[in-house]
Design a protein around this ligand. Structure first.
Ligand code: PGA
Length: 225
């Protein structure tokens, strides 16, 4: 049976962390929560205290190592708290002007700090731009896990998800381009539609924004996936 990843992206929202961790249970699925940076420390303690198997991820990473980069949180700092990091989310590309080159730098910083990058792409062209970077990192460490999240722009935060067939087709193309990577689907995933994506041959899980904020709904997503 394939491993299913369920990733919660809280974005810049406040969530009742204690209730969320108490309620959200994972079994055989890899559940990852990516809260705002300021909450990572508290969540790490909560997860430890509740003996939860939920993993932590950051929502972004500095493209640089430690140094004079005001406002940035670097990979060395993130790895104290998290195992995963989202890179190149469409909101970062749109509102913060992140370029393909910067995304490649971020992927490198993540991998250099043993973080698993969850790289968001909204079209095949964006996967082609990270191809060389990913292949050279994989050559250095063939065991390095890389996750790609396919998130079409029209589906993110809109309530209009892509069709599972189309998402599956994209996932298959991304795997053909990039080789051994996991591919998630993201964009308006909820407890009703999650299964139609996770049962697709080339889709290894989902990246969930809005529906991850409510712990009961997110628990249903995990159960139905
Ligand atoms: P959404 O967000 O589930 O609210 O569409 C997905 C994402 O942005 O990762």
């Amino acid at each position: 049976m394939k491993k299913i990843f369920i990733v919660a992206n809280w974005k810049s929202n406040n969530v009742e962390s204690i209730k969320w961790i108490q309620q959200v249970q994972s079994s055989e699925k890899e559940v990852i929560v990516c809260p705002p940076f300021t909450v990572l420390f508290d969540l790490k303690s909560l997860i430890f205290n509740h003996k939860s198997s939920i993993k932590l991820g950051a929502q972004d990473i500095s493209p640089f190592t430690m140094g004079s980069y005001t406002g940035e949180i670097n990979g060395e700092q993130i790895k104290e708290f998290a195992e995963y990091v989202i890179i190149g989310h469409s909101e970062r590309r749109k509102y913060f002007g992140e370029s393909g080159e910067m995304i490649n730098q971020k992927i490198e910083q993540a991998v250099n700090n043993s973080l698993i990058p969850i790289v968001c792409v909204s079209e095949l062209d964006q996967s082609v731009k990270i191809k060389d970077q990913i292949q050279s990192l994989k050559l250095k460490n063939p065991e390095q896990k890389i996750i790609i999240a396919y998130e079409p722009l029209s589906a993110v935060g809109s309530g209009n998800p892509d069709t599972p067939e189309n998402a599956n087709e994209m996932a298959s193309l991304v795997k053909k381009e990039l080789g051994d990577v996991f591919v998630l689907y993201g964009g308006s995933v909820n407890s009703e539609n999650v299964n139609s994506f996770t049962t697709m041959e080339y889709i290894d899980g989902v990246l969930v924004g809005k529906s991850s904020l409510n712990s009961s709904e997110f628990l249903k997503i995990i159960q139905n996936a």
